[in-house]
Design a protein around this ligand. Structure first.
Ligand code: NAD
Length: 479
């Protein structure tokens, strides 16, 4: 893996610079150190926020919407030309199997294309008002936006938040995760090549408690977007709240797929399995609960077991179906949950190969069922390749179970009954509901976000452009 940038540098105001201290970055497939990254802290965050504000007061602030769109479109093409570099880097950095890493890189290119095309299409409105007045609204950038990104989908999350923020003319300070920040740095490098003015995108890797906390509590910030755990999201919201800074939180879920007795099982099967095992289950929208009509339980369990049996766990760079988890902490967390499931019936369990590197963070993939809906494995976000199957008898019971966690991010309904599709799509407590599919091909265009402990605010799609802007009302009296 040869990178065109020095990964131990931060990017502030268009200049790459080192920090006093660095942090090690490990390949989760074998535990080896692959790079040293910057240990940005309060000083770098302060400099980055200042540089972002200077960009807004300077060239970036004067850049027209159409030109912002062109820069993003160019950036998308550069990203697309570098998919292999990005995918290989992500495979080593995140432990993400190559095919899945390639899909993330292509999604990043697509976000740039989508938000590049949308940049000059966000309009205000005119409002009929009192005699002698003309009233209109202006969509304006917040100003300096903070972006705290986790390690599970760095490219996609950067694409959906930074892409939309830049489209609306904000200047961004990006704090990638300490476990995975190389593709964030590559993205910033490509943005420079695409002609993004210095300071419009600043990148400061570092620890959450240092760089992340400094960013979320910075008084110079005007908006912050956070993706990650509930506990950290709450801390970010409190820190930003002290400065009355608006926050978008995307915090994960316990997303159900509900399989009714008339479902097309052949069509559902790949979605039921892959939505749970993709990225080794380290996905905020992972489908970790499968609610199935009791009459189908045994049939579906047998088919799921067969599909699990075809999956292979291995090194990311060898493009296994499931790679390792991001780090030993996440491995220990998932192993604890597997321990909590020790008394549950196991439908399928795939072990990592004995030949895998000892220091890789591999865990078995496991499907449990039947699992009581109130069991910890059916309630808590595990963030690993663990799914539970829960039988139900009636539509009401299915709905009760589906809505019976603290989360509400994504859900799917598998049934041929059109009335039931419409009824449940309304009643399921979730930010997204899919009918006879799950995830809809990634859905760059589809607004995304949660309710309850899954968070608030929406990213992706056109909706994100409203989130990354603020509305000014102008009332002119002319008589
Ligand atoms: P985390 O929420 O602590 O980290 C996410 C990001 O927040 C990282 O960039 C991190 O540096 C930063 N951060 C950490 N502490 C911070 C603070 N005090 N202030 C500001 N930023 C801070 O997540 P984690 O510890 O890496 O993973 C733990 C659990 O979080 C996982 O098991 C999973 O359940 C959940 N998670 C969810 C997502 C998601 O996509 N929703 C992503 C990653 C992790």
């Amino acid at each position: 893996m040869t990178l065109p940038i020095d990964p131990s540098h931060v990017l502030i105001g268009g200049t790459w610079r080192p920090t006093d201290e660095t942090l090690p970055l490990h390949d989760p497939s074998d535990g080896s150190e692959i790079a040293r990254i910057a240990r940005g802290g309060a000083a770098e965050i302060d400099a980055a926020v200042t540089a972002a504000q200077a960009a807004l007061d300077g060239e970036w602030g004067r850049t027209t919407a159409v030109e912002r769109g062109r820069i993003l479109a160019r950036l998308g093409r550069i990203v697309a030309d570098n998919v292999e570099l990005l995918a290989e880097t992500e495979a080593h950095d995140v432990g993400k199997p190559l095919k899945q890493a390639r899909a993330d890189a292509l999604a990043l290119a697509r976000y740039c294309e989508f938000y590049g095309g949308a940049a000059d299409k966000v309009h205000g409105a005119t409002i009929p008002y009192l005699d002698g007045y003309t009233v209109y609204t202006l969509r304006e950038p917040h100003g300096v936006t903070g972006h705290i990104v986790p390690w599970n989908y760095p490219m996609q999350i950067i694409g959906r938040s930074v892409g939309a923020a830049l489209a609306m003319g904000n200047a961004c300070v990006l704090k990638p995760a300490e476990d995975a920040c190389l593709t964030a740095l590559l993205f910033a490098h490509f943005a420079q090549q695409a002609g993004l003015p210095g300071g419009a995108l600043n990148v400061v890797p570092g620890l959450g408690a240092e760089a992340g906390a400094a960013l979320s509590g910075h008084p110079g910030l005007h908006h912050i977007s956070f993706t990650g755990s509930v506990a950290t999201g709450a801390a970010v919201q409190i820190a930003a709240g002290a400065n009355v800074v608006p926050v978008t939180l995307e915090l994960g879920g316990k997303s159900p797929q509900i399989v009714f007795e008339d479902a097309d099982l052949g069509a559902a099967l790949p979605f039921l399995v892959n939505a749970g095992l993709q990225n080794a289950g380290q996905t905020c929208s992972a489908s970790s609960r499968i609610l199935v009509h009791a009459s189908l339980f045994d049939t579906l369990a047998a088919r799921m077991a067969q599909a699990y049996g075809a999956k292979r766990i291995g090194r990311a760079i060898d493009d296994a179906d499931l790679g390792p988890l991001i780090n030993p902490t996440q491995k220990a967390r998932v192993e604890r949950y597997l321990g909590l499931g020790a008394d549950l019936p196991v439908i399928a369990r795939i072990e990592p190969g004995a030949d895998l590197p000892e220091n890789g963070s591999y865990v078995p993939a496991c499907l449990f069922g039947p699992v009581p809906p109130d069991h910890a494995l059916a309630q808590e976000e595990i963030f690993g390749p663990v799914q539970v199957m829960i039988p139900f008898e009636t539509e009401d019971e299915a709905l009760r179970i589906a809505n019976g966690t603290e989360y509400g991010l994504v859900a799917s309904i598998w049934t041929r009954d059109g009335a039931r599709q419409m009824r449940l799509a309304r009643k399921v407590r979730s930010g997204q509901v899919f009918i006879n599919n799950y995830g809809a091909g990634g859905g760059v265009e589809l607004p995304f976000g949660g309710v309850g402990k899954s968070g608030h605010g929406r990213e992706k799609g056109f909706e994100a452009l409203y989130g990354f802007s603020t509305l000014k009302t102008v009332a002119a009296y002319h008589g």
